[in-house]
Design a protein around this ligand. Structure first.
Ligand SMILES: Cc1ncc(COP(=O)(O)O)c(C=O)c1O
Length: 391
């Protein structure tokens, strides 16, 4: 039996008390949520121990505004080891979530009215972070089959007000990552137009056959206006600890980001207990992450088979994340179909549509498969058995 990822490991009672954000705790009894990207499994045992150890002496004092040095080192070593990068820990700012990281970075880069190009489709946080900075969102349609930007389309969107280009690698919701050539093409484009390149790599450790190529990989072309945002919600299932970080290109940008984070005022910051858990995740849990990816690989195949044989969904191949984003056949509206599936099959999914993933996502739906085989099979069986009633 799989010691970490069997059906017995999924504690529905605990999830009903603790898993909010469209998941078990917010749905009626009996509903299976394949919604927000937050795994149904407990965290790595070593992380539990690290949290227990942290509380042992009974102190919960203020932490340093720039983050605990050991955590900054752990992030830089992780990136250098896992993603062949060459990060300087002095330019890494641990923050309270990748979501907050996006907000702070965009606030640092944009002045009111400045434009930022984002992929379409992409997670709604991209739009929200630009709007928070009073910038103008310029969505640029991706090729839905490959997940890539079309460079000629990108060229059309650039004007003197364009300050930034954002990338989600791998892309949520498409579950696609970019090749070294694609990364180089985007970096060259940003360089040519002197744009800030902000890359959200929160999904970069969830891949299958092929490793995700980070924008910070030393094998890609260097570009000094590249900023990476990431966190530990997806790879180590620590969403509730709100662990995020910003990898800045230099001291000057780091100083501005630190100022905008308001950490020095003590109003914001990443709690030391979360950083203790983060140090453990990035230094002691490789084996757990490996087993997690292995389990997810099987769930990906199962989910893909379900979509392919469903008769009303068309699969898009994915190479990363624990998300599938199939197209809905018969031209049904995403929200309507997701509502019907919830009512008749008692399975909650995330609809495509502008409010979730920008306009190109209309006509699609998102399935999160970070759960057990038994739960997934039950959910898919329920959908299959009622599918005639959806149309
Ligand atoms: C691309 C992307 N960025 C950021 C986040 C948010 O991460 P966090 O939990 O650290 O705020 C998510 C969560 O789904 C995501 O998919």
């Amino acid at each position: 039996m799989d010691i970490y990822f069997s059906n017995e490991q999924v504690n529905i009672d605990a999830l009903k008390r603790k898993a909010f954000n469209y998941r078990w705790a917010v749905h009626a009894e009996g509903i299976i949520p394949l919604t927000a990207a937050d795994p149904d499994f407990p965290i790595a045992p070593q992380i539990k121990e690290s949290i227990k150890k942290y509380i042992e002496d009974g102190y919960f004092s203020y932490g340093p505004p720039e983050g605990i040095v050991a955590f900054k080192n752990a992030i830089s070593n992780w990136y250098n080891r896992q993603h062949q990068a060459d990060c300087n820990p002095d330019f890494i700012l641990p923050v309270n979530s990748a979501a907050y990281a996006l907000f702070v970075v965009m606030k640092t880069i944009l002045n009111e009215g400045d434009e930022a190009i984002i992929p379409n489709p992409v997670d709604f946080l991209f739009r929200k972070s630009i709007e928070y900075a009073k910038g103008v969102v310029i969505p640029c349609a991706l090729d839905m089959e490959t997940g890539a930007f079309k460079l000629d389309k990108l060229e059309q969107e650039v004007n003197p007000k364009t300050k930034a280009l954002m990338l989600c690698n791998p892309n949520n919701p498409l579950g696609k990552s970019y090749s070294l050539d694609q990364i180089n093409a985007i970096k060259s484009f940003a360089k040519k137009h002197n744009l800030w390149l902000i890359v959200d790599e929160i999904w970069a450790d969830i891949y299958y056959e092929k490793k995700v190529c980070s924008v910070l990989s030393t094998s890609s072309i260097p570009y000094g206006k590249t900023v990476v945002v990431s966190g530990l919600s997806k790879n180590f299932g620590l969403a509730g600890l709100r662990i995020g970080y910003i990898i800045c290109p230099d001291h000057s940008f780091y100083t501005k980001v630190l100022e905008n984070s308001l950490h020095q005022s003590t109003a914001f910051g990443l709690s030391p207990i979360a950083q203790a858990a983060g140090i453990c995740a990035l230094t002691e849990c490789d084996e757990w992450l490996y087993a997690f990816r292995k389990h997810l690989g099987k769930m990906k195949v199962l989910s893909h088979e379900f979509v392919k044989n469903s008769g009303f969904l068309m699969p898009i191949e994915s190479d990363s994340t624990y998300l599938l984003f199939p197209k809905i056949k018969h031209g049904l509206d995403s929200e309507d179909l997701v509502k019907k599936i919830l009512e008749t099959s008692q399975v909650a999914l995330v609809p495509g549509g502008k409010n979730w993933f920008e306009s190109e996502s209309e006509g699609y739906l998102r399935i999160c498969y970070a759960t057990s085989e038994a739960i997934l099979e039950e959910a898919f069986e329920r959908i299959k058995s009622k599918k005639e009633t959806y149309f």
